[in-house]
Design a protein around this ligand. Structure first.
Ligand SMILES: [Zn+2]
Length: 98
């Protein structure tokens, strides 16, 4: 048995890569974030937020839901376009042989 058992979970310490800047930092655990949005979500989910922080968390959550909805809408449109293109291509190929 070795002295250092393999870590099953990633280390909680974070490092900011060179060339990236910290846009926001968690006031409770000092974790760096690329945006206020990410920090607000983290504080609401991982810590006991104050009323103002909870308000920002709920706003960030709402923004996240809107972005997810837009992503789903784009995915549905893309699938529809791919489906239609496939059907048209299939008909064109069949039309050349029959
Ligand atoms: Zn934190």
């Amino acid at each position: 048995m070795t002295d250092h058992a393999p870590t099953l979970r990633p280390v909680r310490d974070t490092a900011v890569p060179d060339g990236e800047r910290v846009a926001a930092r968690c006031p409770y655990c000092e974790r760096p974030f690329r945006s206020d949005h990410g920090r607000d979500l983290h504080v609401g989910e991982r810590h006991d937020p104050t009323d103002a922080e909870r308000e920002r968390y709920e706003a960030a959550l709402e923004e996240e839901r809107d972005e997810l909805w837009l992503f789903h809408a784009k995915a549905v449109v893309a699938l529809g376009v791919i489906y239609a293109a496939t059907v048209i291509l299939y008909m064109a190929v069949l039309g050349t042989f029959f």
